[in-house]
Every structure is written in structure tokens, then in C-alpha cells.
Design a protein around this ligand. Structure first.
Ligand code: IPM
Ligand code: MG
Length: 379
């Protein structure tokens, strides 16, 4: 077997976290005698610095001839003063659109070792968090007509939010198919009490459910209510299907429930097995280069890549297990409990024995996960 992957390290902490994820991917390839071909390309601020634009043609070409794309993160204050058409974020939206990646899967699951890191009260978090945000990624307000107009000497800015039936139908099917393999519950999140595009979204999702997925339990929820219920009772959610903007916001909220935004991976897919895999968090320019960024969301994105693009679910599961084990032993600072617990680190329960969890660097976490995985795959 052969894997051709385009690697887009991007900006900020992107390069450091991608490096760790590649250690894990190489470990899988060695264990499975898979030949790995990596093509490094530029995206975002890094591309602006070298070529003047956030999404060079060469990057698109490389992605198009790969099996999958691994992406770090883009953006940072260095490029914030640029006009909106050459900002780093334009590169990210551009690559999603160019590659037709309309379905963004963001699974938020609480690892048992991280229960105490969640900002929610134990009595809420004990009921568990295991939900999947299915976010529409190439339509809605992100891709509508944008602009500015001037009338009577005053500027106004506008962004059009539009969804057509075929866009809603295909994202609905991704959500229902995902739910069929999970707890069979889908919550359609929208603002149908105010927005016409939301009302069509809700009605179209309901039509697809009624005609193609009779055994799925479909519920509707307004986005403000969903934001509230996510912190009040996250255990009630299985799959959430929603548009581009609401999915962006709710997936950050869902990520934080699991202890740190540094834990959430994502897969951006189209109908074929091709996909782009990236952490949900951003480029965190404030901590870039310090060796303290949490690489686990990117490592978990590699697991999603193995599962969705390459059909290697067993390797994906092995990576997730290695991540869980690493959390019992060492963690980057974002996952360390507050200092008052202990000066040396946190004393937690691990494998039935009391154990100190060490504070570790980005590279130490990457090495530990790769090593744990290597042993597991050899054993
Ligand atoms: C995300 C990010 C992006 C988005 C930004 C960086 C354009 O927040 O992937 O969630 O809004 O989609
Ligand atoms: Mg976001």
C-alpha cells in the first residue's frame, strides 16, 4: 500500500504540531509496511510571505493529486492588516472550496483521563461527552456575496447567507450516515425562527430523513438553545448537523467541553475517500515556537485520516488508545490542572495506581504517543 499526502504546515504552531503528527503517521507506515510519500506545500501566511498569495496554484495541484491532506493551522497577527482577499484565512477557505470539501466532521469526545480538565461540573461531565458536529463547509455565509456599499457618505458591509437544496441534502446524508454508525440521533441546528436559509435547511434535512433514513431520530434545535444545552447537558447530543457559521461556533464550544480546544481533530470530506485533516484549533501565534503547543488534535486528525481515507480503522483506534495512555503520563500545559492541586504536577488515578502526570513539551508528547503506538503495534 502507498499513501500520498500533501502536508500544509501553515503558520504559528502549525509546523510544530504537524511534525508530531507525522511521527505518528510514520510509525503506522513502518508497522504496516506502507510506503509514505509526503509533499510539503505552502498555505496561509507562510504562502503569502513566499509567493504573495495565501493559496498558490502549486498547493492546489499537489492536493488534487494526493490521497489526503494534513494541515496544521493558518493565520496570525502578522497578516492581520492585509485586505480580506489576501488574508491567510482566504487560503483555508480557498482550499476547502477548490477541493470540494463540503462535509466537516468534528468529533468531540471526552477522554476518561481528561474528565477533571473539563470546565463543566463533574455531575454534568460524568454523563459523558461523545458527539459529532457535522458542519457544512463550502456554502452558507462564508461563501455568499460579500461586500461594502456606500450610501449618503456612510459605509455598510454585507454578507449573504444562502443555502440551496442540493447543498443541504448532501450534508444531511453525511450526518445521517454517521448517525447510523453511532447512536442514531441527529439534531439539526439552525435559526429557522428568523432566517429563511435556515428554514429551508431544516425542511430539507427533515425531507431527507423521512424519505431515506426512517430509523434515525431527528430533532430540531435553534442555535441559541443548542449553545445553551451543550453546556447544560452535552450527553444528550449524538450528531449535530448545521451550516457553516453555526458549525464553526458550536464546534469550538464542543471542543472546550472535552478539556482543551487542543484535543479536537477534524476531517473535511467530499463524496470520495479524499479528505483534508486538521485540528479544530487555530494557529495560536502567542505560543508558537515555545514548544508548549498541544499536538494531540493533529495526531487525532491522522487517526481520522486513516479511518476515513484509507479504511484503516484498526490503526486509527490504536492511535486513539496511545493518546489516551499518554494523557495518563504526560501533558502539555493546557491540559495540566491548576497549580493548587500539586506543585509537582497532578496526582491522578492511572491503571489503578496513583501516578504523577508530568508537564511535557510538544515534542515529548509526540515522541511518547509514537513510542506507545510502536510498542502496541509490535505487541
Ligand atoms: C475553523 C476556523 C476557520 C473557519 C477560520 C480560520 C477561517 O475557525 O476551521 O473553524 O472559520 O472555518
Ligand atoms: Mg473555527
Amino acid at each position: 500500500m502507498k499513501m500520498r499526502i500533501t502536508v500544509l504546515k501553515g503558520d504559528g504552531i502549525g509546523p510544530e504540531i504537524v511534525e508530531q503528527a507525522l511521527k505518528v503517521l510514520r510509525t503506522v507506515c513502518e508497522a504496516g509496511s506502507i510506503s509514505l510519500e509526503l509533499d510539503y506545500q505552502l498555505l496561509g501566511g507562510a504562502a503569502i510571505d513566499k509567493t504573495g498569495i495565501p493559496l498558490p496554484e502549486e498547493t492546489v495541484k499537489s492536493c488534487q493529486s494526493s490521497d489526503a491532506v494534513l494541515l496544521g493551522a493558518v493565520g496570525g497577527p502578522r497578516w492581520d492588516m492585509l485586505t480580506s482577499d489576501i488574508r491567510p484565512e482566504k487560503g483555508l477557505l480557498g482550499i476547502r472550496a477548490e477541493l470540494g470539501l463540503f462535509a466537516n466532521l468534528r468529533p468531540a469526545r471526552i477522554f476518561p483521563a481528561l474528565q477533571e480538565s473539563s470546565p463543566l461540573k463533574p455531575r454534568i461531565i460524568e454523563r459523558g461527552v461523545d458527539l459529532l458536529v457535522v458542519r457544512e463547509l463550502t456554502g452558507g455565509i462564508y461563501f455568499g456575496r460579500h461586500g461594502r456599499e456606500s450610501a449618503e457618505g456612510e459605509l455598510s458591509g454585507f454578507d449573504e447567507m444562502r443555502y440551496s437544496e442540493h447543498e443541504i441534502e448532501r450534508i444531511a446524508r453525511v450526518a445521517f450516515d454517521s448517525a447510523s454508525r453511532r447512536r442514531k440521533r441527529v439534531t439539526c441546528v439552525d435559526k429557522a425562527n428568523v432566517l429563511e436559509s435556515s428554514l429551508l435547511f431544516r425542511q430539507t434535512v427533515a425531507r431527507v430523513a423521512a424519505s431515506e433514513y426512517p430509523d434515525i431520530d431527528l430533532q430540531n434545535m435553534y442555535v441559541d438553545n443548542a449553545a445553551m444545552q451543550l453546556v447544560q447537558n452535552p450527553a444528550k447530543f449524538d450528531v449535530i448537523v448545521t451550516g457553516n457559521l453555526f458549525g464553526d461556533i458550536l464546534s469550538d464550544e464542543a471542543a472546550m467541553l472535552t478539556g482543551s480546544i487542543g484535543m479536537l481533530p477534524s476531517a473535511s470530506l467530499r463524496s470520495s475517500g479524499f479528505g483534508l485533516y486538521e485540528p479544530v484549533h487555530g494557529s495560536a501565534p502567542d505560543i508558537a515556537g515555545k514548544g508548549i503547543a498541544n499536538p494531540l488534535a493533529t495526531i487525532l486528525s491522522v487517526a481520522l485520516m486513516l479511518r476515513h481515507t484509507f479504511g484503516l480503522a484498526a490503526y486509527a483506534g490504536a492511535i486513539e488508545e496511545a493518546v489516551e495512555r499518554s494523557l495518563q503520563v504526560l501533558r502539555t500545559p493546557d491540559l495540566m490542572p491548576p497549580e493548587e492541586h500539586s506543585l509537582a504536577g497532578y496526582i491522578g488515578e492511572a491503571f489503578g495506581a496513583r501516578k504523577t502526570i508530568e508537564r511535557a513539551s510538544t515534542a515529548q508528547v509526540g515522541d511518547y504517543v509514537a513510542q506507545t503506538l510502536r510498542s502496541a503495534l509490535a505487541g
